[in-house]
Design a protein around this ligand. Structure first.
Ligand SMILES: Nc1nc2c(ncn2[C@@H]2O[C@H](COP(=O)(O)OP(=O)(O)O)[C@@H](O)[C@H]2O)c(=O)[nH]1
Ligand SMILES: [Mg+2]
Length: 234
């Protein structure tokens, strides 16, 4: 019980079984926690069936409705801290993040000196595949905007492929985390940086999903645009 991968899900029936199997095929005994927000497509039922195959290592929590990515992760972080996990990961269910890269994030924290490792699209060696130009523009523009306002030295502040050392999550007041979308990802990195922890970006190739649909919304982009200004007061 050392490493926990938290995967938030909302309508991921096409991806969930495959992604869980990929994580369990890795070396290193990763555990998985699915935080499902009552997906109408029955994602949680698929997880429940898989639990009989992976009774010790596959965990599921079901919440009552779509409460947002950020709150799903906060729930997962608290769940991990109540147990003895030393490394806690964020990963999407849709294969935009390559599960193999979990090992590279882990090594950045366990072998190198990072306290938080970020799977980064916008450092040398990083890439985005299959995103339309307007999404790349929003994401890259958002990264530059965030840097200008916060001065945080992270090239991919909205990245959602992360490894946290336990002590980072223990140090952040999780009940005070305010944001739920991309701003949540920025906020977690910002709080980590402000506490003086070491952040390392590991280049990854991010591939847009081929199955299921994105849950990104205009509201989430707006939250991020306004949110980075508020963060400066943290
Ligand atoms: N539990 C939970 N998961 C969510 C919610 N919104 C998105 N997700 C999951 O978060 C991950 C990223 O979402 P996605 O729609 O792929 O966002 P995008 O990659 O920015 O387009 C996926 O695993 C989604 O299923 C939510 O409100 N609750
Ligand atoms: Mg996605």
């Amino acid at each position: 019980m050392e490493k926990l991968v938290i995967i938030p899900t909302y309508n991921e029936k096409e991806n969930i079984e495959k992604i869980v199997r990929r994580v369990f095929s890795l070396e290193g005994d990763f555990h998985v926690l699915i935080v499902d927000d009552g997906s109408p497509d029955g994602t949680a039922d698929i997880v429940r069936k898989l639990q009989s195959e992976f009774p010790q290592s596959l965990h599921l929590v079901c919440r009552s409705g779509k409460l947002g990515l950020g709150t799903a992760y906060i729930y997962g972080f608290k769940w991990a801290l109540e147990r003895s996990y030393q490394y806690v990961f964020e990963m999407d269910a849709d294969f935009s993040h390559n599960p193999e890269d979990l090992l590279r994030l882990y090594h950045a924290c366990s072998l190198e000196s990072a306290d938080l490792a970020v799977g980064s699209r916008y450092v040398k060696g990083g890439k985005v595949v299959n995103w339309p130009w307007d999404r790349i523009l929003i994401s890259k523009g958002g990264a530059l905007y965030t840097k200008l306002i916060t001065w945080m030295p992270v090239s991919d502040p909205t990245a959602g492929f992360i490894c946290y050392k336990r002590k980072v999550l223990e140090s952040i007041p999780l009940d005070n985390v305010q944001f739920i979308g991309y701003a949540f990802q920025v906020e977690m990195k910002y709080r980590t940086w402000k506490l003086g922890f070491k952040i390392k970006e590991v280049p990854i190739t991010f591939i847009d999903r081929t199955e299921g649909v994105s849950k990104m919304s205009k509201g989430i982009v707006k939250e991020a645009m306004l949110g980075v200004w508020k963060m400066r007061e943290f």
